[in-house]
Ligand binder design. Sequence first.
Ligand code: C2E
Ligand code: MG
Ligand code: MG
Length: 693
Amino acid sequence: MTTNKQQKEHIIIVDDDPAVGVIAEATLADDNHRITIASDGETALRLIESTPPSLLLLDVVMPVKDGFEVCQELLGDSRQQRFPIIMITGLDDEQSIERAYQLGVTGFITKPINWVVLKHQIQFVLRAWHDRQALSESKERYSLAARGANDGLWDWNIKQGYVYFSPRWLEMLGREENELDGLLSNWIELIHPEDRELFKSELNSHVADHSDKFELEYRIKDTEGRYRWMLCRGLAIRDKHNRAYRMAGSQTDISEQKSAEFQLMHDALHDILTGLPNRSLLMDRISYSINLLQRNKKAYFALAFLDLDRFKTINDSLGHHVGDLLLQRVGERIRDLLRDTDLLARIGGDEFVILFSEFHDLQSLISIVERVRSKIALPFEIEKNVMRVSASIGIAVSEGQYSRPEEILRDADLAMYRAKESGKNRFEIFNPDMHQRANLVMSIESALHSALENDELKLYYQPIFALDTQKLVGFEALLRWNHPQQGLLLPQDFLEIAEESGLIVPLGRWAISEAIGQLQTWRNTISELDDTYVSINLSSKEFSQNDLTGYIDSLLEHARLPPGSLKLEITETVLINNFERAQAVMSSLRNRGIDLSIDDFGTGFSSLSYLHNFPFDYLKIDQAFVKQLDKKLKSQSIVKTIVSLAHNLGLTVIAEGGETPQEIECLRELGCEYGQGFNLAIPRPAEQVVLAL
Ligand code: C2E
Ligand code: MG
Ligand code: MG
């Protein structure tokens, strides 16, 4: 119990001598001390019960109950002593003094009393008492806190080499009290080998006063042999030479927090679907490889960028669930072929990247990449669906030319893009020309955006003739682009880009409307062109637009042209990409009386099933077979076969690309009805076409 400083100290004086009471009152009572007198032990005890004093001054010899008896009652039972007791004894009464100590009184004074000294003595005793009280309270509080806290405590006596471990410290490791001998070496032995040296050096560094505190996260083995993560803190106490002689601190079990941290870190760096490293981790590892190469000029590394071909089709047709499983399986297949030093990451939908950090020669790299490619191409069976995918792969090798991870990734990506362009299911190695091409693509794409608005597009028309009568039957409309800087561009220069960017749709719409408008003009103004037709090429994306037929209908109606004056040319690729939809669209076009031609026949799959399954009217033989037709027997027999095949199916044949009179003659002899080629007429702008006829 601490006494408030403002509060008066209450002193009870017990003496049967009334004089003592009077003098005591006179000398001791002041602003800080209040005095109560009791003349015998019995009265004193009652008084103490009702108003406990701060200090008791107790005469030994008294009637009714002497000082010892009072003491006995106050201190005899095991109750804590609540206030200091000073005994008043006779000067030579050594026995009494001895007995008083036995009983546990705080001090004694001898008679005759020196009141001035007594006053100071009382002050000393009270102060010492209060200090002791405060100390024991704080000790108690500390021990309560230690028991209640989750932390274990340790206290290392550096001089004696002994460590005290609190029960909680031991319990955290599954140990009973006193189970671990208090040696520092016993502690250290339990520490994870990877953390041990760090622990020792941190500890020593604080002992040597090189750090202002000891604080470390480390792993320590529990009785079940598992390592637990602990946060250990400690502080040394030093002597006047600044030598640490004692160090104590706490230990907190942070295993759960750590594993949550690890999980978070793992999640942040890995792809959830496949569990593979993600883009962030990949970029980090590439940065590391770049740094390594800057120090060690031979530490080349390489990147392979894989993108699955046709993944979207699988995803769309079999559902995302199957798509997800497929991605996992692809990841596993690749992983199985790699070494531990290679890193496989999934960085996007169907994009995987392999970082080969130990790159020795291009040839062995290529052979790994080839193995990866061919393994991916093997059929997969997922939930009873057998499916095939393939991968287009771009490779970029670093010989020190990269300073940022994005750069090598971009190059590998570009090379992958080239692999796609050159037919998919293959790999390409990056070379700097690819940048030029990529830049070109980008600039064309942006210029193409404004081409429509700026009237830079044009249609050229190439006449088509009946080969036996030489009569003009129609025109194929062919797209041209009057590029402001690059001049007249052919479809090969921009069509692919238009397809990829989706710009082909507005472009195609423009072409259809322009061609129909032109035919209307011709038919209305030039009688020779009365029953000619115009033929327009359609690409995949245009073909899959919902309102294609409606659009064409309204144009024809507006131009008052019969549907038979329009033919649409479609290549096999268009059909492959939209098999079912294509059938529906084509039937509805055909039902309206619009003729359909299969274009470039002989170059693609040339599958007979296309001819059977789709309602074509015309077949256009690709110019590849027409070149030097008059001299090549093989071409002749191919053309012959195609022609008879077409005729059997009721199709009319148009031959493309006749460049010499001999070729044209040959085509006629082989039974082609119509022909189109430079020898007959080259494609020209509308106004020149008629002049040239
Ligand atoms: P295509 O439909 O096979 O068109 C015939 C191509 O052969 C045209 O090339 C034409 O100029 C060329 N040609 C004609 N006669 C001869 C010849 O005797 N010798 C040679 N060497 N070539 C000849 P062009 O105009 O460069 O068009 C290329 C391709 O671009 C077309 O092939 C067609 O698939 C596509 N295309 C053209 N215009 C359009 C369009 O408006 N829309 C769509 N989607 N594609 C178009
Ligand atoms: Mg064509
Ligand atoms: Mg063609």
